[in-house]
Design a protein around this ligand. Structure first.
Ligand SMILES: NC(=O)c1ccc[n+]([C@@H]2O[C@H](COP(=O)([O-])OP(=O)(O)OC[C@H]3O[C@@H](n4cnc5c(N)ncnc54)[C@H](OP(=O)(O)O)[C@@H]3O)[C@@H](O)[C@H]2O)c1
Length: 345
């Protein structure tokens, strides 16, 4: 039986979600809830076989759905996610889960109470490139990881519908917008070093009228059993260039990804591994990039609903990534390192 999907949000990224659901063989895109008249028309044109609503509540009420995928401006995530889980559907929720940690905890609890899956949109975990880095670390190729650098150089963000991404009350924090992916990867890669224990962040901006919108951000994260990670992102660059470097007790990894933009279908990427004194290029057979990883994210979610395997990123993991971002924001405000110890004890 195919998993019957409803999609809420048909904006820039929501349209990619629609494509991804359409491409997954175990999934059926049954309905879309868009918002403005233009979005409703666009959804009907692109998916004439799908029921399109201008009110997500009507969709939740009328449609026979197994799962709902939320791709809305981040300030709407919590309210709509609660309604979806309360309606008894599995939920794939874009990152950041919410803008507030207590709300993220409430969603984790609600999903548990309702016995529904809650998956969070950290698709980099499904990447043939970034996922291979994780596999190499877990296979022991570099020994215990002790240092991890995740760096992104890109052009400024899209505005988002109605300019929500440049409204601090709607985006919550720019650290929750994209650096969250790198906090998520860093904690994932450094898992054998235990949980993060502290964060110290620095940032600068070039919009004098919007100092809260950080163009450049760097953060250092320390871990329980030693080792640290550096996350660094600049929106003052061009194109989309991401680097991951991890060093361990016995080796090192360097992975690079470049594209004219984040959503390119034709990126360049490579991965090198140094074991002791030998340096090798690791071949990656499958293309890497968020447009591909999204399909795998939906595929994993579908398999988990069907009882085969687990989702790419759980609500608990997504909440941890949010916590690291919000503590980095606190560090920026206080100019101090912030403790993460015992956060979810
Ligand atoms: N995982 C990733 O790599 C990734 C990448 C990009 C974005 N995201 C996340 O995905 C989310 C959406 O980002 P985006 O770039 O797609 O933003 P966007 O282009 O602004 O799209 C948001 C859409 O939500 C629609 N919307 C607003 N209120 C609605 C409602 N009540 N019911 C149905 N639709 C409604 C808007 O419709 P109208 O335009 O018709 O008003 C708009 O089309 C954000 O949380 C963002 O952080 C994640």
């Amino acid at each position: 039986m195919k998993v019957r999907f409803g999609l809420i949000g048909f904006g820039a990224w929501g349209q990619h979600h629609a494509r991804a659901i359409h491409e997954v063989s175990g999934a059926e895109l049954v309905s879309i809830a868009a918002h403005s008249d233009e979005s409703v028309v666009r959804a009907r044109e692109q998916y004439p076989q799908v029921q399109v609503y201008s009110d997500y509540r009507a969709m939740l009420e009328k449609e026979d759905l197994d799962a709902v995928d939320i791709v809305l401006p981040s300030d709407l995530h919590y309210r709509v996610a609660c309604e979806v889980l309360e309606s008894g559907r599995h939920l794939l929720l874009e990152k950041p889960m919410t803008l507030d940690l207590s709300e993220a905890s409430a969603l984790v609890r609600l999903a548990r109470e309702r016995g529904k899956l809650l998956a969070v949109g950290h698709e980099l975990r499904l990447s043939s490139l970034w996922g291979r880095v994780k596999d190499l670390i877990d296979e022991g190729a570099i020994g215990q990881p002790i240092y991890c650098l995740i760096e992104l150089w890109r052009r400024p963000y899209r505005l988002g519908s109605g300019g929500w991404r440049y409204d601090i009350n709607r985006v919550g924090s720019w650290i929750l917008e994209e650096p969250i992916h790198f906090f998520d990867l860093a904690r994932w890669y450094m898992a054998s070093a235990g949980e993060p224990t502290s964060i110290y962040a620095q940032a600068s901006h070039r919009r004098l009228d919007h100092p809260e919108l950080l163009d450049n951000l760097s953060a250092m994260v320390t871990f329980e059993k030693g080792g640290y990670a550096v996350i660094s992102q600049s929106l003052a660059g061009w194109e989309h260039h991401q680097t991951v470097k991890v060093t361990g007790q016995h080796g090192a990894i360097w992975a690079k990804w470049s594209g004219a933009m984040d959503r390119t279908f034709a990126p360049t990427f490579d991965l090198h591994l140094q074991r002791g004194e030998s340096l090798e290029q690791i071949s990656i057979d499958k293309p890497s990039g968020e447009v591909y990883e999204l399909v795998d994210e939906v595929g994993r979610f579908v398999e988990a609903i069907q009882g085969n395997g687990v989702v790419g990123c759980t609500g608990e993991e997504g909440r941890w990534s949010m916590a690291m971002c919000l503590k980095a924001e606190e560090s920026l405000r206080t100019y101090m390192p912030i403790s993460l110890t015992g956060l979810f004890a």
